[in-house]
Write a protein that binds this ligand. Sequence first.
Ligand code: MG
Ligand code: MG
Length: 259
Amino acid sequence: MLKPKTAEEIELLRINGDLVSRTLAEVGKWVAPGVTTAKLNEVAETFIRDHGAIPSFKGFEGFPAALCMSVNDVVVHGFPSDTPLKEGDIVSVDCGTLYKGYNGDSAYTFPVGEVDAGTRKLLDVTKASLYKGIEAAVAGHRTGDIGHAVQSYAESFGFSVVRELEGHGIGREMHEAPGVPNYGRQGHGARLAEGMTICIEPMICAGSRGVYLARNGWAVHTSDHKNAAHYELTVVVRKGRAEQLSTFDYIEKDSTIKF
Ligand code: MG
Ligand code: MG
């Protein structure tokens, strides 16, 4: 059995979850055609440091930036760049913080200006699949129940689920056990106990699920170069219903822009 977090640890994870949530909302204010992902990265790094935290991705296994910026066919782990975003692009922004020895980790895929209906559907379904996963993340269930919930929902729309990457436990380390796959069988995998803190992060493809690693050793692309979307939240497993430690409310409720 994996060790649940103490109430004190959960509070520190909640502070981090709140900060990554607010950082993503700051970034969201800047997302527009003509803006570079390097600029978005700078906005986030400044915001995180202004709140007394450290952008945990920077330097993690050599990653060069505060945020992962994954545009269109890049699923995850893209580097910020000086290429301006274009109308109709989508950009997955993945953010990590380290504050008082604990981690925050969440991601949101933003549309850039107006996106076509198929892309809008991919975003909506990917985000909804994350909430399906959260609904399954209750004490007594297993990680396979989460994966099954995500997969069955996403695939019912004809989308596909990336298998090579998965969610994870979170605490003093950004990535802790258990792994939380976005596919699987009900009743299989690690058992979930009250107080376990996990990140659920579906990576869903508009086309087929094949991916490859770019030559820079980081960016994961879809093999068919169709779009992929990625949303991530941190939750604490409870009896009956998981409790979110991060939220998209700052992005979606405090904004006049429709994401
Ligand atoms: Mg993340
Ligand atoms: Mg993560």
